[in-house]
Every structure is written in structure tokens, then in C-alpha cells.
Ligand binder design. Sequence first.
Ligand code: GLA
Length: 365
Amino acid sequence: MKKILLSCVVLALIATASCKKSSETPKLIPIPPVEIPPVISNKKLIEVADFKIGAAVKVASLQGDASFASTVKSEYNQITAEYEMKMNFIWTADNVYDFSKVDYLINFAQQNNLAVHGHALLWYQSFPDWLKNAGLDSVAFENKVKTYIQTYVGRYKGKVRSWDVANEIFNDDGTLRVESQIQGRFKDPIGFVGRCFKYAHDADPDAKLFYNDYNVVLASGKRTAMKNMAIRFKKAGVQIDGLGEQFHYRISTSQSQINSGFADLASSGLLIHISEADCKVNVNDSPAYVLNDVDKQKQSDFFKNIAKLYNALPANQKFAITTWGVTDKSTWLRNSTNGNKEYPLLFDENYNKKPAYTGFLAGLN
Ligand code: GLA
């Protein structure tokens, strides 16, 4: 339609121009239709993507920063709690659960038509101290964790679209992370993780269940371990729907390595979640760093590349790309070492869209 209209306009202009010169009958010169690239600059990511665009959010920011809340509502269609859905925030003592922050987050999501990705049921860094100090053997520990998962997932049945059942159990070489709660306690730690997938599935059979980890596209050993775990679960009839790759990278990370690792991850055939994307620009963590146009462009290219990669997945493997935060002003990557000079996200301190956003958008087209 656009092409036809444009041809007509061109023909009409030529006709008018010729008429002005003389009173002869104007000659109509046929002009081939011109391809007009789609206008995307004023579109939003959520309008262009055929999968969810997620953000990690802090409940305090949703409550206390109106610009934060409005950006989340208008620019995203899925949220993940940056902290408040982890075990140590909820399971405050034996048989005591504090769901107040999660309730707030879920209500916010429901009121604003946002999906919720639950993160994370099991993570070595979030076991609460009381549980670590309780001196439980593997059977007693598993019984407690089973009750926790069933209570938690059951409470939000139908309200949480998906869960990271386990986060970061592998090292980059594919061996199990050495830590005391899972690896140190169970003879077959992966068997325990599989049973936790089952407890979650029993509590909400419709929720999509993920294993999540970092550095996955760069570390082939870890990737293989993840894929093998999924194969083992499937053989045993344990539901696992997807694999999450956090995607905490930097402007210097090799795009070709990302691309080949991503293809290998996708060969699992499972849903793929880019689950915590951000891209560091201050790669040396220097407090003297000054954000500049070259680095902004590199960051834009990074987000464009991952959008392209993700977009090329088969439809039945697309799930979401989630960024780990919204605005540079409250990223977890700002710290005293880099003097808070880090800018890894799609929105600047004033909630303006950065070139990273436009790159991401361009990659989706
Ligand atoms: C990991 C975890 C996240 C978060 C980040 C740092 O990626 O999966 O939950 O804690 O570290 O913020």
C-alpha cells in the first residue's frame, strides 16, 4: 500500500511539474516503487517484540520513585524482583514467611498488566542464616525446602508466569559449585535440584520452570552441564521448560563468541531467557571514567546484537529478554571501586532512552 501511494505521489508531482512548464499533455513517466524502511524510532520495545521485555525491579523503587514506576509500566511487560523474591527475604525464620514485598510486587504487576518472572527458589547466596545454622541433615533440609517451595509457588499459583527454580549451581567448567547447602549436603545434588523442579511443578503446573546461570554463552563446560541436566530431567519425567542466561557482559565481550555460544544454548530446544542483561561500559572499573559517544555506540551495538540473536530463535523458544534494572542510577554495577561510574542499562539517570535502547529496538526489526 505504501509503495503504491508513493508511486502515485511521484507520478502526480511529475505531472504537476510538467504542466507548469507547458500546456502540453503531461507525459507520465513510470517510476518503480521505493522501499520505505519501517519507521521504528517512536515505537517501544514492547510494541515491536513478539516476546516479553522484562526488567528487574526493586519494590522500594516502585513505591518511592514515580518515574521508575511509570517507566516500568510503559516500557516493559514483565518484571522480576531484583531482591525481594529470594529466599532470605521471605523465609525469615523456621515456619515464618514474610510475603509482604512479594504481595506488593504481584499486585503492582496485576494492576498494570505485567507478567512476573519469579527469581529464584534456590540460590547458594540467598539461603537464610537460620537455615544454614540449623544443622539439618539432607532429609530434614529437603523436607523444609519442599514445604517452602510448595507454600511459595502455591501462594502465587496463576500469578507468576515462570520461576528460576535454581540459580548458579555450576562452575564455568561444568563442575558443581562448591558450597555447603546443596553440593555439600547431597550425594546427588542434581537429583535434589530435580526434585525441587518437581515440587514447584506440583504447586503450579502451568508455571514455566527455568534453570538460570551466568556466563553461559562464553563457558562451554557450563553450557554442556546445563543441557545435560535438562536431558536428565526430561528422561526422568521432571519438567524443565527453559534455560536462563543472565547476560551480564561488557562492551568488550566478543560478539562472535556470544553468537556461537548462544546458538549452542539454543540447540537445547528449550525456552531461552536472556534473564539479567546489562552491558558494562567502564570495563576497567575506573572512578575517572567518563561516558563517551564511542562507548555508548558499542553498548548500543551490544543490545542490537542480542536482540537480533534472540529474535532469530524459533518462535517456540522465545520467552523474554530481561534487563537487570531500568535506569543507570540504580544498577547493581555501581560501587565504590568504580566511583559509581557505570552505565549498563537502557535508560539514563533521568529516564531518557539511551542509544542502548535504540540499538535494542533496531535489532528487533
Ligand atoms: C546474580 C543473581 C541476581 C543478582 C545479581 C546481582 O546475577 O542471579 O539475582 O543478585 O547476581 O545483582
